[in-house]
Design a protein around this ligand. Structure first.
Ligand SMILES: [Zn+2]
Ligand SMILES: [Zn+2]
Length: 267
């Protein structure tokens, strides 16, 4: 049985846990170790359920707890060589990942951990490097795409194969442009190596979702430039224009920033 929950999603920290009865993969570790423990405990889990961490990219909101997790709990950290270098240089890494726990992966090269088969793929972003992950486990095809500057054919290809998807819908473009961010930051966030906006995420989903999709979770929602109801409304209207009905063709939830999600059973 495969389960999934989000521990936190957004600029204050991202972390997701995908786990079977005897193996667990943490995707990103951008929230403090104490909060990770707290959220695990509240679900009756202990940190020894984490057998590997896979990392998308080297921004603080995705990597903060990696040093502690790897060194104190002896958990290997998988990501590209460039992301490992970026992590090592990052100011937020007061505890570095010991070389014993560094595991290097390559884009488009699948690797297996226990019964999980994992393929990292390119996602454009202004970090040292960034990858999405496509994960197969039995009949489950799970895909996670976050911090995506723009939609690519590669993302589309993996969305078409997925039945569970975590997809970034960071901001509403109007809210961003009318909002309090300074001009350079507006440019960065909305640029091709920034973050995906609601409309871009909705179009990418609507154009590539297949009838095998069961559940979509929207992640990395901006606090200042987005709202859960607004992103749902945008999704609903774009999907409807393609004849797709949220809640009927598949479930869709917006992951909250600080509060962990429910625990979902993937089958
Ligand atoms: Zn980022
Ligand atoms: Zn981020």
């Amino acid at each position: 049985m495969l389960r999934f929950f989000s521990l936190g999603s957004g600029s204050s920290g991202n972390s997701y846990f995908l786990f079977s009865d005897h193996f667990g993969i943490l995707i990103d570790a951008g929230i403090g170790i104490r909060n990770i423990k707290k959220h695990f405990r509240s679900r009756g889990l202990t940190l020894d359920r984490i057998k590997a961490v896979i990392v998308t990219h080297d921004h603080a909101d995705h990597i903060k707890a990696l040093g502690h997790l790897s060194n104190d709990y002896h958990i290997p950290v998988y990501t590209t060589a460039a992301v490992h270098e970026g992590i090592n240089r990052n100011y937020c890494m007061t505890t570095k990942i010991s070389s014993d726990y560094v595991r290097v992966v390559e884009k488009d090269k699948s690797f297996c951990l226990d019964e999980f088969c994992i393929t990292p793929f390119e996602v454009p972003h202004d970090s040292t490097d960034n990858v999405g992950y496509f994960i197969s486990y039995d009949m489950v095809r799970f895909c996670l795409i976050t911090d995506a500057g723009h939609a690519t054919d590669k993302m589309a290809e993996y969305i078409r194969q997925s039945n569970y998807l975590v997809l970034e819908a960071n901001h509403d473009l109007n809210m961003l442009m009318m909002g309090p961010y300074p001009a350079y930051l507006k440019g960065r966030v909305s640029g091709p190596k920034g973050h995906m906006n609601n409309l871009e995420a909705a179009e990418l989903l609507a154009q590539n979702v297949t009838e095998q999709m069961r559940h979509v979770w929207l992640c990395h929602i901006s606090e200042e430039n987005n709202h859960p109801e607004l992103v749902k409304k945008t999704m609903d209207s774009v999907l409807r224009s393609y004849g797709i009905i949220m809640g009927k063709d598949f479930e869709l939830d917006v992951l909250r920033r600080i509060v962990p999600s429910d625990l979902f059973l993937l089958e």
